[in-house]
Design a protein around this ligand. Structure first.
Ligand SMILES: N[C@@H](CCC(=O)N[C@@H](CS)C(=O)NCC(=O)O)C(=O)O
Length: 324
């Protein structure tokens, strides 16, 4: 695992020395938006119009952020319009690679390259920064549109509606304020909270992450006792953003990231809710436990130096959920 410095790959782990042992996620570097008519979005440059066959998505099936984009590609019927490449689950000295010796790792189906960093370097041979998934690539302008999953899902939510005819809206105007409030807490304490606990290199940093994580899970469990989805009767992006963390929790975060106060299967409302989302049409096929179990335990050798993959529980995501 590493990063690019002036176009040169350097193999190094996250630096937590200057932050008292706390992991801080870097901001994504490509922030353009695909819009229906190609006008500029909330950030970046314009010129990226929704079009069939123009865009390509690079994902890891292990990564919760990339997983969001895959779910939206499915929910919004974009599979025939946006092609994908799936990286190998191991993220070692060369970062994400296009090795194909793992079921479901497709290689780079666009250029046949070996490393994900080579896709980043196509935008600028002197690029500096982390090489992360997901990456949304524009085949027409030969550049990265975006590598920020929270923005890619909003593009998928609306920019291709004229092409697919699918107008399902997971970011409805009237719920935006509430979605943002819920997203902010869940991002900080749950989605990124598990990483803050897992990547902490001091007891203080771990303690600062683990309390808020389980406080938030209790809060969400309470909410879901009174409503079907996070904002009420209607499923929104807030639910899908939470889902990709919940579905990895018992098999990975509980043990590997030391989030072991409780499992999701212990919660009276969260667990049936997780099953309901898993059983949503098309979603189960986006969940690849073999990729995420292998990725985390095998790639993070500073957490698990002997790369022993523990026996994991096997929650029955297909059991009836009883949530209507
Ligand atoms: N802000 C990004 C974060 C993506 C991210 O951190 N992806 C991880 C995989 S789960 C990654 O590629 N990490 C490689 C690295 O940090 O070097 C997003 O949400 O799209």
């Amino acid at each position: 695992m590493g990063l690019l410095q002036d176009g040169v790959w350097k193999d190094q782990w996250y630096d937590t020395k200057d932050t008292g042992g706390s992991f801080e996620r870097s901001a994504a570097s490509f922030r353009n938006w695909i819009t229906a008519d190609g006008s500029a979005g909330p950030s970046g440059a314009g010129g990226f119009a929704g079009a069939s066959g123009r865009y390509h998505l690079y994902v890891s099936l292990a990564c919760p952020w990339a997983h969001r984009t895959l779910i939206f590609r499915t929910l919004k019927n974009l599979e025939d319009h946006i092609s994908i490449s799936v990286v190998h689950p191991d993220m070692l000295a060369d970062g994400w690679t296009f090795d194909q010796n793992f079921d479901g790792a497709t290689g780079d189906t666009l250029f046949g390259l070996q490393f994900l960093r080579e896709i980043y370097l196509k935008t600028d041979p002197k690029l500096s920064g982390r090489v992360t998934v997901p990456v949304l690539w524009d085949k027409e302008r030969n550049t990265i549109v975006s590598n920020e999953s929270s923005e890619i899902i909003r593009m998928f939510n609306s920019a291709f509606d004229g092409i697919t005819g699918n107008t399902d809206d997971y970011w409805p105007k009237e719920l935006r304020d509430e979605i943002e409030t819920i997203n902010a807490r869940i991002y900080d304490t749950v989605n990124n909270g598990v990483y803050k606990a897992g990547f902490a290199t001091s007891q203080e940093a771990y303690d600062a992450a683990i309390g808020p994580l389980f406080d938030s899970l209790d809060w969400i469990d309470g909410l879901l006792g009174a409503r079907r989805y996070l904002t009420g009767d209607r499923i929104t992006e807030a639910d899908w953003r939470l889902f990709t963390t919940l579905v990895r929790f018992d098999q990975v975060y509980h043990t590997h990231f030391k989030c072991n106060l409780r499992q999701i299967t212990d919660y009276p409302h969260l667990w049936p809710y997780l099953r309901a989302l898993y059983q949503w049409e098309g979603v189960a096929k986006t969940v690849a436990a073999d990729h995420f179990i292998r990725h985390y335990y095998y790639s993070h050798d500073m957490i698990n130096p002997n790369r022993i993959i523990p026996i994991s529980p096997n929650p029955d995501f297909m059991a009836p959920h009883g949530r209507g």
